[in-house]
Design a protein around this ligand. Structure first.
Ligand SMILES: NC(=O)c1ccc[n+]([C@@H]2O[C@H](COP(=O)([O-])OP(=O)(O)OC[C@H]3O[C@@H](n4cnc5c(N)ncnc54)[C@H](O)[C@@H]3O)[C@@H](O)[C@H]2O)c1
Length: 340
């Protein structure tokens, strides 16, 4: 009889984690998923409503910093893999309070790595055999590479880390710990670096939801600096597909860049969102929401451009983004308007 395979997902009540859990549950019909989430302000019950109906889903409310809890969960569920999303994720918050970012993103990741290594790699050889293919997938960001000028080549996996804000520095710290566990202990780990995600369930503090929220509230739509900073946008479902492939087929010790190849200035993106909003929910006075745009003082350490080369994941794992940007943006704005 085949034993049941359980995967630990951390941060599965957040934006990307919850979208990915739904994707995993619908894509494979075998594995069980245990979502460990601390339900910080960024976690939401609404995000996990769909997953909760699935018998292969278990929710555990708890913190990745709680080593006793982690050990108990490993013992109980005998995880064959970890997909690690849990993090403090908002750059502005990291500028106001870096401590929480160091604790959750660096120390939290290290605590989780230790618990997984302890469970998978110590003890009698029969146990080590059973978990010899167990893998840790670390979900990271393009921001660890720092900022790029316009018209220069995109970052590759070989580009050095050069984080410019406490959020990206804490993610880079976590990535380096993951790397060190692989090099030092032979721990089976893969890291993925993804560009800016968009889709349903994103917290209202993030760029696209905040544009919609402020537009509808009749408030100014705030854009840092002159709006010319460039981000590369990927639909969350394309990211989930890439994570799934990297988890199953990635090479241990390697990292893979994931991007939508949709570079837009912040102003361009805001205009595109507001154009959709003008059609779906026109202003009462017949004017365009674009009139509400207000440029404000730039964010300190604001990276100018993020751009990543995705040739490696494309050639080695066969992944590329599949979603049409405009359709996905329309679907996102529609979903966010409906409160998703
Ligand atoms: N959003 C993006 O565009 C983007 C891009 C690339 C990479 N990432 C990475 O993807 C991951 C998920 O990002 P997101 O946008 O979904 O984040 P999010 O802020 O929406 O969700 C984070 C989740 O982690 C949980 N969490 C926070 N601290 C925790 C702790 N100590 N223990 C357990 N759970 C905790 C929160 O409750 C929340 O559910 C993060 O690691 C982030 O760095 C995000």
């Amino acid at each position: 009889m085949q034993t049941q395979q359980s995967i630990l997902v951390t941060g599965g009540a957040g934006f990307i984690g919850s979208n990915c859990v739904d994707y995993f549950l619908s894509k494979d019909t075998q594995r069980y998923y245990v979502n460990l989430d601390a339900f910080t302000y960024a976690g939401s019950e609404q995000n996990i409503a769909f997953a909760k109906k699935n018998y292969r889903y278990t929710l555990v409310k708890g913190n990745i910093l709680d080593r006793n809890l982690l050990d108990a969960l490993f013992e109980k569920f005998r995880f064959q893999g970890v997909i690690h999303f849990a993090a403090e994720t908002h750059v502005d918050n990291s500028i106001n309070g870096p401590g929480e970012f160091a604790r959750t993103n660096v120390l939290g990741t290290q605590t989780l790595l230790d618990a997984a290594r302890n469970y998978w790699m110590t003890g009698p050889f029969q146990k080590k055999d059973e978990f010899s293919n167990a893998r840790f997938l670390n979900v990271s960001t393009d921001e660890v590479y720092g900022s790029l000028a316009i018209n220069v080549p995109s970052f590759t996996e070989k580009s050095p880390f050069a984080p410019n804000n406490p959020y990206s520095a804490s993610k880079a710290g976590a990535d380096l710990l993951v790397r060190s566990y692989n090099k030092t202990y032979g721990f089976n780990a893969v890291t993925v670096h993804c560009s800016n995600n968009f889709g349903a369930r994103q917290h209202s503090e993030k760029f696209i939801p905040s544009i919609i929220h402020r537009a509808l509230a009749g408030e100014n739509i705030l854009i840092y600096g002159n709006g010319q900073n460039i981000r590369d946008w990927i639909y969350v479902e394309d990211h989930c597909r890439a994570i799934d492939i990297a988890f199953r087929k990635g090479e241990t010790g390697e990292s893979y860049n994931i991007a939508g190849k949709n570079e837009r200035t912040n102003l361009e993106l805001a205009m595109a969102v507001l154009q959709i909003l003008d059609k779906l929910k026109p202003r009462m006075d017949g004017k365009t929401y674009r009139e509400q745009i207000l440029f404000v003082a730039d964010r300190p350490g604001h990276d100018f451009r993020y751009s990543m080369d995705i040739a490696k994941i494309n050639s080695e794992l066969g992944w590329q983004p599949q979603t049409d940007f405009h359709n996905a943006l329309l679907a996102t704005v529609t979903a966010l308007l409906l409160g998703a």
